[in-house]
Design a protein around this ligand. Sequence first.
Ligand SMILES: C[S@@+](CC[C@H](N)C(=O)[O-])C[C@H]1O[C@@H](n2cnc3c(N)ncnc32)[C@H](O)[C@@H]1O
Length: 440
Amino acid sequence: MNLPIDFIDVTKELLGEEWDSFYHALKDLSPTSIRYNNKVEEFEQNQEKVAWCEKGFYLSKRPSFTFDPLFHAGVYYVQEASSMFLEQAVKQFVKTPVVALDLCAAPGGKSTHLIDLLPKNSILISNEINRQRAFVLSENIQKWGNTNCIVTNTSPADFERYQGMFDFILVDAPCSGEGMFRKDPNSITEWSLKNVENCVSRQRDILSKIWGTLKEEGILVYSTCTYNRHENEENVQWLKDTFSAEVLTIKCDSQWNVTQNEYGCRFLPHRTKGEGFFVSVLQKKTSENPVKLKPLNSYKIKNIELLNCLKSSDSFSLLSHQDILYAVPQAMESLVQNLLKNNTVLHAGVVLAQQKGKDFIPQTGLALSKSVDLSKVNSCNVDKETAVRFLQKENILINSSEGFVLISYQNVPLGWVKNLGNRCNNLYPKEWRIRNKQVF
Ligand SMILES: C[S@@+](CC[C@H](N)C(=O)[O-])C[C@H]1O[C@@H](n2cnc3c(N)ncnc32)[C@H](O)[C@@H]1O
């Protein structure tokens, strides 16, 4: 591994005697780990557990996730183990329902985790500035299948109008990526002291735009996947100095081998099985006048039959945006309407249907939602080969009644076909399809 000399100098200074062990660990293979959703009741228990994450497991080797239909169904998320430490920050400091913002969220590792960690009746806005990455985020959120999430594609500055609105904010900041050197060797070539400096100024810009949107006593989790002090401790100190933020201490089990100081927790690959990561939890101590959202009515539309496919369907409101119909939990309605008006919403609640003339075409988000009532839809469970061909958006033949049929694998929904008897129209989104044409 050809490391930049300046990186070696800075990191040797940070790690002291631990440098040699750290350097050797960088030559090891990056461990593969996954975090389970609750779409299946039992998952394999003989895998090694990630100590700080209830549903996190290491895999002994990296399988082909692409050809596993359960991966596409959102049964698990492939996530680097150190990042799963977010669980400790949330479990220890968030005890009551919150309105939360994950500001830099794509591709969605931490958002899908947050959805599971936040107390019941919380709402999560999961945002990504980069449009292409925001679509991937929206796909991953829909696959995870919860109804309490909104995906937006906008810049931190666009949230400034929501002063004092969030009880919880995660800023998983764009960074110089030192912690990814082992997993992604390209990040080594992009590293320079100048780039670290640029990252620091971008991180402070993001933090200063978003700090005002945090409620008094609200929690902001700041994280990076880099080691250096400039992007970590120095930014936390800057938050303390600039906004009188208070750092909260995350309780760690000594067996986890986390390196902790007064600013936060650092994950080092020679100490913990995972990549580099830094996380700090801050609390707002200054007062804030929270913005009051005005209820809007303009997007309401009438009931449609597909809404009845949802469990507790009367707890949802229907909203229409462009030609897409969303079923949104009522508690989220005015927030979604405001975001629709002011920001770019890519997803909200359950993406129910697309309106084509007087027809409503069920959307994959509905199939993947944990709220879909399987007793109310026609479904067909297929074998692995057919499931992969469905996900490749190939034509499949099924033995089922005509009309819209939900395709599932191992009883976990994947998406819809329209069965015409002698053939099926495959309704899987072409952007989500498995592009690799390898025959299973
Ligand atoms: C470390 S990644 C986020 C990873 C994500 N939280 C996860 O767990 O899957 C940082 C994200 O910040 C976004 N980003 C880059 N510049 C930004 C900016 N100026 N403001 C907000 N987000 C930015 C990047 O596009 C990237 O998706």
